[in-house]
Design a protein around this ligand. Structure first.
Ligand code: INI
Length: 157
C-alpha cells in the first residue's frame, strides 16, 4: 500500500496570505501566527506575500486572483467572523467558507481556510494566540502539508 503524506517543512515555495481587516485585533494575530509557522518550518520572509481585504466576504475574491497568477504554491485565507445581534454573521460565514472551497476546488495549488467563526469575541481571542492556540499558525502548517502532499502526488504520476 502506498501512502501519500505531506511533510511539514518547506523550501523555495511561495505563499500568498489573504487577511481580512475586519476584527483586525484578531486577524493580525492570525497573520502573525501564520508567518511564524511558515518561517519556523523553512520559508523565507521573501517567500510570503500578504493581501489585506476589507472583510471575510472579500477573501475568496482575492484568493481567486492570487491562484490565477500562477505565482504561488499555496494560498492561506485568514479572518475572524464574530456573531453579532443579527443574521449577518451567517451570510458572511457561509459565503466565506463556500467561496474559499470553490476557489480551492478549481485550483492546482492548495487554498487553506483559516477563518475563525465564533459566537463571541472571547472565543476568537482564545483561537488567536491564547489558550486554544493560534488558528493562523495551524492554517499555515496545513498549507505546508498540502503543498508537499500535492508535490508527492504529482511526483508519482
Ligand atoms: N467581516 C468579517 O470579516 N467579520 C465579521 O464578523 C463581519 N461581520 O460580522 O459583519 C464582517 N463583515 C463585513 C463583510 O465581510 C464585508 O466586508 C462587507 O459586507 C462588504 O462586502
Amino acid at each position: 500500500m502506498k501512502i501519500y503524506e505531506g511533510k511539514l517543512t518547506v523550501k523555495n515555495k511561495k505563499f500568498f496570505v489573504v487577511v481580512s481587516r475586519f476584527n483586525e485585533f484578531i486577524s493580525k494575530k492570525l497573520l502573525e501566527g501564520a508567518t511564524d509557522a511558515l518561517i519556523r518550518h523553512g520559508a523565507q520572509e521573501a517567500d510570503i506575500e500578504v493581501a489585506l481585504v476589507p472583510g471575510a466576504f472579500e477573501i475568496p475574491f482575492a484568493a481567486k486572483k492570487a491562484v490565477e497568477t500562477g505565482r504561488y504554491n499555496a494560498v492561506i485565507c485568514l479572518g475572524a467572523i464574530i456573531r453579532g445581534g443579527t443574521p449577518h454573521f451567517n451570510f458572511i460565514a457561509a459565503e466565506a467558507a463556500k467561496g474559499v472551497a470553490q476557489v480551492a476546488f478549481s485550483s492546482q495549488v492548495p487554498v487553506i481556510f483559516g477563518v475563525l467563526t465564533t459566537d463571541t469575541i472571547e472565543q476568537a481571542v482564545e483561537r488567536a494566540g491564547t489558550k486554544s492556540g493560534n488558528k493562523g499558525f495551524d492554517a499555515a502548517l496545513s498549507a505546508i502539508e498540502m503543498v508537499n502532499l500535492y508535490g508527492e502526488i504529482d511526483k508519482a504520476s
